[in-house]
Design a protein around this ligand. Sequence first.
Ligand code: 5CU
Length: 361
Amino acid sequence: MASKSPTIVDIHTHIYPPKYVELLKSRTTVPYIRQLPGQTVPHLIILPQETIGRPIGDEFSSIARKVEFMDKHNISISVLSLANPWLDFLPASEAEAAAKEINDDIDAMCKLYPGRLYCLGTLPVSAGAKACVREVKRLRELQQIRGIVMGTTAMGRGLDDEAMEQVWGAIQEEGWTVFLHPHYGLPGGVYGERAGEYGHVLPLALGFPMETTIAIARMFLSGVFDKFPKLQLLLAHSGGTLPFLAGRLESCILHDKQLKEAGKLHQGRRTVWEILKTNVLLDAVIYSSVGLRAAVEAGGVDRLLFGTDHPFFPPVGEKAEEEKWLSVTLNSKAVADLFGEDQEKSQAVLGRNAMRWLKLD
Ligand code: 5CU
């Protein structure tokens, strides 16, 4: 009997709904979309310090193109999130209405493909905590929403901002999983004077993961997980470097006189290892079994969820339209390399964990 192919769920897959694309086209500063003389297609410029950007076609905004991509790569279900930089840059007065419009739009897009598409909501972070809490609660009315996507700066001051406590409280009460995604990277100076020769490699490969690692470490150090012990944070790119650096983070805590004197090293404190196993989920977007092994060892196989990062990282070859995406096959291969014949584990990571954690029907 032919074996049934596993349910593959993509929890790291982005979209810019058409209204967001219009917004980016109307802008003249980053983030924006522009068509330069001599370019055949418009370019998306979103990252701090980038100048050329990347070509943007309808694969960034079309739901039909998303489903085409899913079919080509045997992806059964996708959990869509607005791509960076979300609504971070909007003036406070516009953010709440924009969040409602974008969340309603993405939810409606998902309904066009019943059983195949779910989504994460986005918050009006520049409008402050009360507006965020209102949207956290309103998201309950949207049937396809399964969590919230958030950048590392949150309301502008990071995830350890005391003003975020109201928002964490509401998120915990509603039971939303928060997908934490980088955007801002590291200060441009760390990439050196020759950065312009290296394309997007340094900010995307190293800046993004360090940003995520620092953001979640600040959240942990400030005690957010002690105050809100039921929070679930899904970290992009297998937690940045957190699984690899958790031991060092713990050691630095245990050797810190200031923390000791502040009574923060008391018996029974929750370590970063415990947080990794109770409050953190990791995506499997790390492209190699080496990183994936660290993620499994740190968080456990039940907390690792497959993703693609579509529509970012398309193939750059001549026959790009025909090819399966290397960015997807590398992530699938990492799962196969790590788990070999162990179908239980690979199916958990490829789909079952997402179905359970995100309550996909
Ligand atoms: O290629 C890029 O710039 C990106 C991005 O901005 N966001 C993302 O999720 N992946 C790649």
